[in-house]
Write a protein that binds this ligand. Structure first.
Ligand code: ADP
Length: 448
C-alpha cells in the first residue's frame, strides 16, 4: 500500500509527540512511528521536571530568575562545551515551551531545583508526581484528540534520500512487512543510546559493566539512520552517569528528592560532598568511596512532599526506621557517626551555611522528622549528550555543516546542546523546545 504524509515523526518520546502536535496544528498531515509496543520512550521515565527561566509560574511564586543566568549555569554545568547557538535558542524559547504545554492542558506549575542550578527553575506537576508520566499522558491526550496516526511496534529502517533531499521512509511493521511512506519531511526523535552497552563502551570503555536507567529502546539506531544520509555527529563520548541509581532494579532515584532536602551519606555514616553539585561530580565522588555506593537519606518531611518517594517505598527500595539510631543499625552504619552527621547537617540548615561542602541549594529543611528513610544508590548510565548535528532550526547538518533537506531532529538524538554534562531538568526542556520547533519547520516545508 502506498502511504503519503506531509511529516513523518520517528519516535514517540516527548520530542516526537511535541513535534507531531505542532506540525498538525500548523495544518500538516502527520504520522508517528514507534518501534516499541508502547508510547513514551525514555521521556516517560523522566522524574525531576523542565527547566525554564523567566516563566509566568516563577513570577507567580515570586522567584526572580534570568535567561542569562540559566544560560551561564547550563554552560558551566556542561563544562563550557555546549554549542552556544543551540544553548541560546534553548534558553530563549524555554518560557514559551512552558506556555505551549499549559495551553494544551499540561501544567508544570510546581517548581524545584536540580544540581548545578542556583535558582528554582525546574517546573513540574504541582502535586509532586514525576514529570515524565504526566507529560506523556498529556501529550498522548493531545495526539488522540487530533486523531494523529500512530504506528506502534513499527520501526523506521531507512530514510529514502534521492536527488539531494528526503523522499520518504521505509518501515518494518509489527507483522514484519516493509512499508514505504512518501514524505518530504522526517523528524528524527529517536532518543539516545544509553541502553546500547556496546555503543556506550565503544566511546567510553570506562563505563563497561555499568547499569543503565534507560528503557530498552534507547539503542541509538536513529543516529545510524541519519549518518547513512550524511549527518554529522558531535560529542559522542560525552555520556552522563546519574549518581543516584538503585542497582538491583536500575531505578533512578529522582534528583527532586535531594532538591527537597535529602542528603547523601557513605556506608561509614558521613556526608562526603555537596549533594546538589552537578551529576558528573556527585557520581565521581560516589565512585571514589571505598564501597563505590552511598545512601540517599531523607526524613518524613521530604517523603510527604514527593510522590516519587512513595513509589520507591512501594517498590521495596527504601529502608525506613523510626529513629536515626535504628536506621543506622539496619544499614550497618556506625550509629554515632550517623547521629553526628545529622546533627551537624541540621546545624548548617539552621544557620543556612554548609561549612563542610558548601551546599547552597535545597539546604531547606533539617533531616529530623521520623520515620527516617534511606535508599542505597550508585551511578548508572543515564544520558548521551552526543548525537547528530543540527542548526538552530532543527535542520540536520552534514559533516560539512550543510543542511540535509527534509531531515529534522530533536531530543536526545541530537548532540551539542548539553555539552559535557546535562543538567537535571534540561532534557525535558530540550525535547519540548526543539520538538515543537522541529514540528514547525517540518510543517513549513510541507507548505513550500
Ligand atoms: P526524547 O527524549 O528525545 O524524546 P525518547 O527516548 O523519549 O527520546 O523517545 C525516543 C523514542 O524513539 C523511543 O520510544 C524509541 O523506542 C523510539 N525509536 C528509536 N529508534 C526508532 C526507530 N528506528 N523507529 C521507530 N522508533 C524508534
Amino acid at each position: 500500500e502506498a502511504k503519503q504524509f506531509d511529516v513523518v515523526v520517528v519516535g514517540s518520546g516527548g520530542a516526537g509527540l511535541a513535534a507531531a502536535i505542532q506540525a498538525h496544528d500548523e495544518g500538516a498531515s502527520v504520522l508517528i512511528v514507534e518501534k516499541m509496543p508502547t508510547i513514551g520512550g525514555n521521556t516517560i521515565k523522566a522524574s525531576a521536571g523542565m527547566n525554564a527561566a523567566e516563566t509566568r509560574f516563577q513570577r507567580v511564586q515570586g522567584i526572580q530568575d534570568s535567561k542569562e543566568l540559566f544560560y551561564r549555569e547550563s554552560l558551566k554545568g556542561g563544562h563550557n562545551k555546549n554549542n552556544p547557538e543551540l544553548l541560546r535558542r534553548f534558553v530563549e524559547n524555554a518560557p514559551e515551551a512552558i506556555e505551549w504545554l499549559a495551553t494544551r492542558g499540561i501544567m508544570l506549575n510546581g517548581i524545584t531545583t536540580t544540581g548545578g542550578m542556583s535558582i528554582e527553575r525546574t517546573h513540574r506537576p504541582k502535586d509532586g508526581s514525576a514529570v515524565g508520566g504526566y507529560l506523556i499522558s498529556g501529550l498522548v491526550r493531545n495526539v488522540n484528540k487530533r486523531n494523529i496516526d500512530v504506528m506502534l511496534d513499527t520501526s523506521v529502517s531507512d530514510i529514502i534520500f534521492e536527488d539531494g533531499e528526503v523522499k520518504g521512509v521505509r518501515l518494518t511493521t509489527e507483522e514484519n512487512e516493509t512499508v514505504t511512506v512518501s514524505t518530504r519531511s522526517v523528524i528524527m526523535a529517536t532518543g539516545g543510546f544509553s541502553a546500547n552497552s556496546s555503543m556506550v563502551v565503544k566511546y567510553r570503555p570506562d563505563l563497561d559493566g555499568f547499569v543503565t536507567t534507560n528503557h530498552k529502546g534507547a539503542t541509538g539506531g536513529g543516529i545510524a539512520l541519519l549518518e547513512r544520509i550524511g549527518a554529522g555527529t558531535v560529542d559522542m563520548g560525552e555520556i552522563q552517569i546519574h549518581p543516584t541509581v538503585e542497582q538491583n532494579t536500575s531505578y533512578l532515584i529522582s534528583e527532586s528528592i535531594r532538591g527537597g532536602g535529602a542528603i547523601l551519606v557513605s556506608q561509614k555514616g558521613s556526608r562526603f560532598f555537596n549533594e546538589m553539585e552537578t551529576r558528573d561530580k556527585v557520581s565521581a565522588q560516589i565512585i571514589a568511596l571505598p564501597e563505590k555506593y552511598a545512601y540517599i537519606v531523607f526524613d518524613e518531611h521530604v517523603r510527604a512532599k514527593n510522590k516519587a518517594a512513595d513509589e520507591y517505598i512501594a517498590k521495596g527500595l527504601v529502608t525506613s526506621a523510626s529513629s536515626p539510631e535504628a536506621l543506622a543499625k539496619t544499614l550497618g552504619m556506625d550509629e554515632n557517626t550517623f547521629l553526628d552527621t545529622l546533627e551537624r547537617y541540621n546545624g548548617f540548615v539552621a544557620k543556612q551555611h554548609d561549612d563542610d561542602f558548601g551546599r547552597t541549594t535545597a539546604l531547606r529543611a533539617p533531616v529530623n522528622e521520623g520515620p527516617f528513610h534511606a535508599i542505597r544508590i550508585a551511578p548508572g548510565v543515564h544520558h548521551t549528550m552526543g548525537g547528530v548535528t543540527i542548526n538552530t532550526q532543527t535542520c540536520v547538518l552534514n559533516s560539512d555543516k550543510q543542511v540535509i533537506p527534509g531531515a529534522f531532529a530533536a531530543g536526545e538524538v541530537v548532540g551539542g546542546i548539553h555539552g559535557g554534562n546535562r543538567i537535571g531538568g534540561n532534557a525535558v526542556a530540550d525535547i519540548i523546545i526543539f520538538g515543537t520547533l522541529a514540528g514547525h519547520q517540518a510543517a513549513m516545508r510541507a507548505k513550500q
